[in-house]
Design a protein around this ligand. Structure first.
Ligand code: ADP
Ligand code: ZN
Length: 215
């Protein structure tokens, strides 16, 4: 499958992507994960991106497009991919359209995850992430807690609250989403690619997406 996952921070893009990945071996490409890895490795991209990320602001489009144009040409993308957290702005969506035309890739559709705001806020403040860069399992202190001592159930590393998951940064990320990313809903509607899923439970959403793919 070749899908873009659209939705506010906390809408469950990562969880839905991981479940869809298990369904047919398509890979999840999360720009957030790629950027965090670059920050951790201390690459030039990471150095340039870190400040924006810690504030909950968007990383400049040109940096994202350079990174993604390379990523989309890697071999593992041929089978299929789930774009998680990209595109995030109209210029990124327009640039992606050009890149895909050039690489002769076409999308199945764009999945818009529509989640009520109170659920989003609750999810973001209770989220914990495994600190191990090659695991990054996501937990929720209420609905899916890590081990009692706060370590990851999968790999035993500590779980942490991300720098951009403090209350101020969360409110900023939601504002940035409404201003910069929500307009993509109209953009992809215009392209005839948009499918909106009212999404409270990620498993139900994944079933609905797989059903839509078969239609
Ligand atoms: P979330 O979707 O939960 O906000 P992500 O892990 O997708 O978090 O992204 C974390 C941060 O990485 C964002 O707040 C932003 O600073 C940066 N980022 C990720 N993807 C993009 C993108 N496509 N364009 C610009 N910045 C991005
Ligand atoms: Zn882990």
């Amino acid at each position: 499958m070749k899908i873009i996952l659209l939705g506010a921070p906390g809408a469950g893009k990562g969880t839905v992507a991981k479940l869809l990945m298990e369904a047919d071996g398509s890979i999840q490409i999360s720009t957030g994960d790629l950027l965090r890895a670059a920050v951790k490795e201390g690459t030039e991209l990471g150095r340039q991106a870190k400040g924006y990320m810690d504030r909950g602001d968007l990383v400049p489009d040109s940096l994202i497009m350079d990174m993604m144009e390379i990523r989309l040409q890697e071999k593992d993308c041929r089978q299929g991919f789930l774009l998680d957290g990209f595109p995030r702005t109209i210029p990124q969506a327009e640039a992606l359209k050009e890149v895909m035309k050039r690489l002769d890739i076409s999308l199945d559709f764009v999945v818009n995850l529509d989640v009520p705001r109170d659920i989003i806020l609750d999810r973001l403040t209770t989220r914990r992430t495994c600190a191990n860069g090659s695991c990054q399992e996501i937990y929720n202190t209420k609905s899916n807690p890590p081990n009692a001592d706060g370590t990851c159930k999968k790999c035993g590393s500590p779980t942490i609250q991300r720098d951009d998951e403090t209350e101020g940064a969360i409110l900023n990320r939601l504002e940035v989403y409404n201003e910069k990313t929500a307009p993509l809903i109209g953009f992809y509607q215009g392209e005839g690619l948009l499918k909106t899923f009212l999404s409270v439970n990620s498993k139900d959403t994944v079933e609905a997406v797989i059903k839509a793919l078969k239609e």
